[in-house]
Each structure stands twice: as structure tokens, then as C-alpha cells.
Ligand binder design. Structure first.
Ligand code: FES
Length: 106
């Protein structure tokens, strides 16, 4: 099963096993991970699922709508690591991923 490791701003981490097709955002909500809101439900329209990607195999390129929302993140965008959690799907995009949760989403 794919795994997602979430790192909080205080350095604490939690790893969860997820089914194929589950997004980084959805898995956070289902596992009560603090700091990811997912206000738009995964439509790439809110940027409240912003994460900084840590060590991971290559991810798919950033689509245009994701690019636009990444310009609206509450915490500073990191051009090399910022992604929308709702756009990263287990199985198709990664088998194991570590993401850092920004200090704020709104
Ligand atoms: S949940 Fe709204 S942009 Fe990801």
C-alpha cells in the first residue's frame, strides 16, 4: 500500500497507509492530520491543501490550474517543493511520499 508521511511545523511526523487513488489532501482529512483543510474538496480552487514535498521519486508536472492556485498559498511558496495536496494521488503519482505541512493555510 502507498504511504504518506506528514511532517508538522513542530517536526513531529505521522505516516499513514492509503489506497491507490487517495490524494495527500484526502488522506490527511481522513486521518485527522492537522494543518490541511481542503476547503474546495480537491478541485484545485482553494490552496488550503498546500504542502512542501520532501524526498520523493519524481512527481507529475504541475498543471496550469495547480500553478495558479500555488500563487495564492497563505504560507510562502517554495518553487522547488510546493504542491497542492489534492493533486497528488497515491499509486499513480507516488508509492511513498513525505510532505511538510506549512505553518498556515489561511
Ligand atoms: S483542496 Fe482546494 S486546492 Fe486542494
Amino acid at each position: 500500500m502507498p504511504t504518506i508521511t506528514y511532517r508538522q511545523p513542530d517536526g513531529s511526523t505521522l505516516s499513514v497507509a492509503v489506497s491507490d487513488g487517495t490524494s495527500v489532501m484526502r488522506a490527511a482529512l481522513e486521518n485527522d492530520i492537522r494543518g490541511i483543510i481542503g476547503e474546495c474538496g480537491g478541485q484545485a480552487m482553494c490552496a488550503t491543501c498546500h504542502v512542501y514535498v520532501g524526498s520523493t521519486p519524481e512527481l507529475p508536472p504541475i498543471a496550469e490550474e495547480e500553478q495558479e492556485m500555488l500563487e495564492c498559498t497563505a504560507a510562502p511558496r517554495d518553487p522547488a517543493r510546493s504542491r497542492l495536496g489534492c493533486q497528488l494521488k497515491a499509486g499513480s503519482d507516488f508509492e511513498a511520499i513525505e510532505v511538510e505541512i506549512p505553518a498556515r493555510q489561511v
